[in-house]
Design a protein around this ligand. Structure first.
Ligand SMILES: [Zn+2]
Length: 73
């Protein structure tokens, strides 16, 4: 999939946004439906919500980020 920056029309590179957890746990970020609800156990409750893998493109020229939520996890 070839992407062009919507700001400056340069080539964009595929990647993802990384989540750095407290204990050094690394994981890709996800997009979740609705509003965040606080949970005592996990910080934020995602019970009953849909989660999508997020693919983020970065412009090689200006650094602009463009994200796509694709496929349910
Ligand atoms: Zn750009």
């Amino acid at each position: 999939m070839l992407h062009r920056c919507s700001k400056c029309d340069s080539d964009m590179e595929e990647g993802f946004l990384l989540e750095k957890g407290d204990s050094g746990v690394l994981s890709p970020q996800a997009w979740v439906t609705g509003k965040p609800e606080k949970s005592f156990f996990s910080g934020v409750s995602i019970k009953g919500k849909q989660m999508y893998d997020v693919k983020t493109f970065r412009c090689n020229a200006c650094g602009y980020l463009e994200s796509y939520a694709l496929g349910v996890q």
